[in-house]
Design a protein around this ligand. Structure first.
Ligand SMILES: Cc1ncc(COP(=O)(O)O)c(C=O)c1O
Length: 435
């Protein structure tokens, strides 16, 4: 099968202006209707599409809880509608609707074949081969989630070395989501500081470990990256101690600019590398675990045991292939442009960005207002100007909030001056909503 590539949109049935009429939206399926009737009989209502199950209130407290739920649901709907109506985005992008997503996939070449099953051929295998080629590994295995892929990687490290401990950062995704508990492994922290561990700290751990797991970039404390030299030293210490090195490279795709190395050079420092297809690459879901043939054979066996060898997974793999073709080449531009916009954000009154010089297009912005005031202000800004600035503020301390910033394709259209102008209007709205 020829590798699916984006091509010019064919005339799509149902698109405005095409010769076929738009197909009507299908009525609710019978399963939905049955569920509605069933819930109503039990005194419950269900609003499909808004993921909200509302229990009929029986007392005043429940009444209040219901109205809180409704407020949250209303606010979510308001935010979603405002986001969809936006003309411009600074941080993040417009979310594609399901139909849009399917239309984009349907425009790929090479789809006139029967779907392949269990991923030994077709787009799943193509994706595995492409991931292995990009990462310079013998092979790669597609997984439905990175969570599953990384459990397999850690288990392999423990079995091969006979050491059940994993050296990792306590703020890493691996630790926070308790992978080690699932695999029966034990976590050791070379550092608890909000930064990657140093080679000295790893050397001083004083306990044998089977795998050193490094999240690149380390998201929680601000999408941090070591320098190339620091990464080389760190991985060398692990190897010298007889351990394997695993990269949690959910966002490894965007590390090349800062590290000054190609993906294959970076992944050559590790024994196994996991990459995600739906974060930087804007896919639907899915991940790859890459390494030598022994690792990937083990990964295929355990993927099956964990229930990860799906009957058909072409939607996720086609979207991933499209992401590798169209988004991956743009990531260095995102990082370069982010370097011109980040100082404008840092210069807003009372603002701070972290890290001070972001190594990728993602970083944290801190502002001296309560998160609630900033979230209210953001929604007001979006509704007034149809411009999405920076959302999802969370309180870090009283009167101080943080949001993660992701400057991707839409941010390329912004100048630093525009960031300042919109940022100042956002802060005015936040100050007003705090009073
Ligand atoms: C750093 C990191 N590693 C792993 C994962 C897990 O990926 P998945 O959602 O595919 O299980 C995530 C998901 O957010 C992540 O941010």
């Amino acid at each position: 099968m020829a590798r699916p590539t984006p091509r010019a949109r064919a005339s799509e049935p149902g698109r405005r202006g095409s010769s076929c009429p738009t197909p009507p939206v299908p009525p609710p399926t019978s399963a939905r209707t049955l569920l509605k009737v069933c819930l109503r009989d039990r005194g419950q209502a269900v609003v499909f599409g808004y993921e909200k199950h509302l229990v009929r209130p029986t007392c005043r407290a429940e009444n209040r809880r219901m109205s809180d739920d409704q407020n949250t649901a209303n606010e979510q709907q308001r935010r979603r509608a405002a986001r969809n109506a936006c003309k411009r985005f600074l941080s993040g992008e417009r979310l594609l609707g399901i139909r849009e997503r399917l239309t984009a996939l349907a425009a790929l070449d090479g789809l006139d074949v029967e779907p392949y099953r269990y991923g030994s051929d077709g787009p799943v295998r193509q994706l595995e081969e492409l991931a292995a080629a990009l990462l310079g590994t013998e092979d790669a295995v597609f997984f439905p989630t990175g969570t599953m892929a990384q459990q397999v990687a850690l288990r392999y490290g423990a079995e091969l070395t006979g050491r059940p401990a994993v050296a990792l950062h306590p703020l890493s995704h691996l630790k926070r989501h308790a992978y080690t508990q699932l695999t029966g492994l034990r976590g050791l922290w070379p550092t608890t500081e909000q930064r990657l561990p140093t080679a000295e700290e790893l050397g001083a751990l004083g306990e044998p470990f089977g795998t050193l797991a490094i999240e690149l970039p380390l998201r929680d404390p601000g999408y941090l990256l070591p320098s190339w030299e620091e990464l080389v030293e760190l991985t060398a210490v692990a190897h010298a101690a007889g351990a394997r090195v695993h990269f949690d490279g959910a966002r490894l795709w965007n590390t090349t600019t800062h590290l000054g190395s190609q993906l294959d050079e970076i992944s050559a420092l590790a024994d196994n590398v996991y990459v995600s297809f739906y974060k930087d690459l804007r896919g639907i879901s899915g991940a790859a675990l890459a390494g030598d043939a022994a690792l990937t054979a083990y990964a295929r066996a355990w993927r099956h045991r964990y229930g990860g060898t799906l009957y058909q997974q072409w939607p996720a793999t086609l979207a991933a292939l499209a992401g590798l073709d169209t988004v991956l080449p743009k990531l260095p531009d995102f990082a370069r442009h982010a370097a011109t916009l980040a100082p404008a954000l840092a210069a807003l009154p009372g603002a701070r960005i972290h890290p001070a010089v972001p190594p990728t297009h993602e970083f944290q912005l801190w502002l001296p207002h309560p998160a609630k005031a900033l979230n209210v202000a953001h929604l007001a800004l979006v509704e007034q100007e149809r411009t999405w600035f920076i959302s999802h503020w969370t309180d870090a301390a009283p009167g101080l909030a943080m949001a993660e910033v992701s400057l991707t394709g839409p941010a390329l259209e912004w100048t630093a001056d525009e960031v300042t102008q919109v940022g100042l209007r956002f802060l005015e709205l936040a100050a007003a909503s705090a009073h």
